[in-house]
Structure formats: structure tokens, C-alpha cells
Design a protein around this ligand. Structure first.
Ligand SMILES: [Zn+2]
Ligand SMILES: [Zn+2]
Length: 161
């Protein structure tokens, strides 16, 4: 197999030793030459064909290359990236942007940022108007939360111009 992770070759070697098998015994079991298995265990993934590698993986419960292990970690990675993006959504500081909903509290003009609309993918610029997004309170630098006013310093996130 080309581009096989050398770590897989090493883990085959370790698993074989743990199982108390010689290279010859294991080679006979999975149907390859002992010399090929030996070179494979040195990290040369091209020495065995896919079928034999799959047998080894199955026998020792190992995962190789772009099969299960990478798929698993890739989806974990995507999940954590997604969580990060969701929690770090910016808001658009442009009071004229349609993502900011104007409202009044005791005749004070405020804007409620729709962070999901302004920053649907965790980007750098507002998806609606192209303004550079803010992820911090412009006044005190606290991370932005939902709502229109910073809970730390009391400053509205978007100042009406
Ligand atoms: Zn905008
Ligand atoms: Zn603040």
C-alpha cells in the first residue's frame, strides 16, 4: 500500500510481539513472505498489498492510513473547529448593516447584532455588508456575548452614528 502511515507498520510489529508471534508465523497466517513482513515492519508500507494489510489490521484491531482512525479524528477535529467558530462569532460594527436590528430602550437607540447572520462561518468580514467583524467589545475588549450591550462595561456593541 502506498502512503501508508509508518506508525501503522510500527504498531504491527509491536502487536505481533505482544501476540508472541514470529515474523514467519504471522507472514504465513496473513499470506505474505516473511521478508516482506520484515521490511514492512521497518516502515516500508509498499512491501505488502492492501489485502494483507487489511488482514493485519483486522487481526490486531489496528486502524491504518485513511481508514477508520483518520476518519474518526477528522470528524472530531471538524466538530471542535465548529464549536470554536460558533462560540467566537463576530458581530458587524456597521449600524447600517441589516444584520443589526435597531431598537429603542427608553429612547436610547440600540442595535441588536445578529451574529449568526453577520458571521455564519466564523469569517473575518460581515456576510451582509463586508465590514470587518468584531469579536471583542470595542470599549473594554471583553469577548462578545449575545445581546446588544457589553455586560462587563455596559457599552453598546454598536454605536449609532
Ligand atoms: Zn454588516
Ligand atoms: Zn465592554
Amino acid at each position: 500500500m502506498k502512503n501508508l502511515n509508518p506508525e501503522f507498520c510500527k504498531s504491527v510489529k509491536l502487536a505481533r510481539r505482544e501476540a508472541g508471534l514470529t515474523q514467519g508465523q504471522l507472514a504465513a497466517e496473513v499470506g505474505c513472505k516473511q521478508s516482506a513482513l520484515s521490511m514492512f515492519e521497518q516502515g516500508d508500507g509498499t512491501k505488502l498489498n492492501d489485502e494483507v494489510i487489511e488482514k493485519l489490521a483486522k487481526k490486531f484491531n489496528l486502524s491504518f492510513g485513511n481508514q477508520d482512525s483518520k476518519e474518526g479524528s477528522a470528524s472530531n477535529f471538524q466538530l471542535s473547529t465548529l464549536n470554536f467558530k460558533l462560540s467566537s462569532r463576530g458581530f458587524c460594527p456597521n449600524p447600517h448593516c441589516p444584520t443589526n436590528k435597531e431598537y429603542f430602550v427608553e429612547e436610547i437607540r440600540l442595535f441588536l447584532p445578529d451574529r449568526e447572520a453577520a458571521d455564519p462561518v466564523g469569517g473575518k468580514y460581515c456576510a451582509m455588508c463586508g465590514e470587518l467583524l468584531e469579536r471583542m467589545c470595542p470599549n473594554c475588549g471583553a469577548p462578545v456575548h449575545s445581546g446588544a450591550v457589553c455586560s462587563l462595561c455596559g457599552q453598546p456593541y454598536i454605536s449609532a452614528v
